[in-house]
Ligand binder design. Structure first.
Ligand code: IMP
Length: 206
């Protein structure tokens, strides 16, 4: 990252990632430099399904990080993310994981979205991630977006979720046709996590 300033983090610093989503954890591990090591809830021995009852990514992300902070009294971060389609007024949005009804059924979610858009001329969309960091009992948010459009059919086998139908701006391939490093170089998650790391590297820890 080219940052030579002193961080409060010893090397590497472990930080809890308040999520059960292995795909997100794998992506974030590749995004983070070797200065940081994330510990998932499973690795921390915590078996909890944190609800996502709110109507914004930020509120859901804050719910996840504050739940784990209150349980463990240790610094942690969470993220909430999803796909926003302009012609659907931002849907699936916070409902991305359960758009077709069943939580985590990526195939059904993509089919529903493609069907919703079958008569639409405007297929513009963006992925959005909001990170919620709990540090010394204070909450900090970091946002990342990635603009693109929705393909007419799924293509590619990489990634997860809506990756096979999301074409990032400036590319002909879907996220699922790009390799992991290509996606990670431009993704919404990469941008939000980078903002958090920049903050951690300059924040005076008490
Ligand atoms: P949640 O943040 O756990 O509510 O779930 C986010 C949902 O949004 C995932 O289950 C995916 O359906 C979708 N999503 C979020 N980020 C991505 C991504 O990078 N690629 C594809 N789908 C994503």
């Amino acid at each position: 990252m080219g940052n030579t300033s002193t961080t409060f983090l010893s090397m590497p610093k472990k930080i809890i990632f308040a999520s059960n989503n292995q795909h997100k954890a794998d992506e974030i591990r590749r995004i983070l430099s070797s200065d940081y090591e994330i510990v998932t809830l499973k690795q921390a021995g915590i078996d909890i399904d944190i609800p996502e009852p709110h109507d914004t990514f930020q509120k859901n992300a804050d719910e996840k990080s504050s739940t784990i902070y209150n349980m463990l009294k240790t610094d942690c971060f969470a993220e909430d993310s999803g796909l926003e389609v302009i012609s659907l007024n931002g849907l699936p949005g916070v409902y991305s994981a359960r758009y077709a009804g069943e939580h985590g059924n990526d195939q059904a979610n993509m089919e529903k979205l493609l069907n919703d858009l079958k008569d639409s001329l405007d297929r513009t969309a963006q992925f959005k991630t909001v990170v919620s960091l709990m540090l010394d009992g204070e909450v900090y948010n970091f946002v990342g977006t990635c603009s693109g459009s929705i393909a007419t059919e799924p293509r590619g086998n990489n990634g997860f979720g809506y990756d096979p139908i999301f074409i990032p701006t400036g590319y002909n391939k879907t996220f699922a046709e790009l390799n992991r490093d290509e996606k990670n170089a431009m993704s919404h998650r990469k941008k939000a996590i980078t903002h958090m790391i920049d903050f951690l590297n300059t924040h005076q820890h008490t």
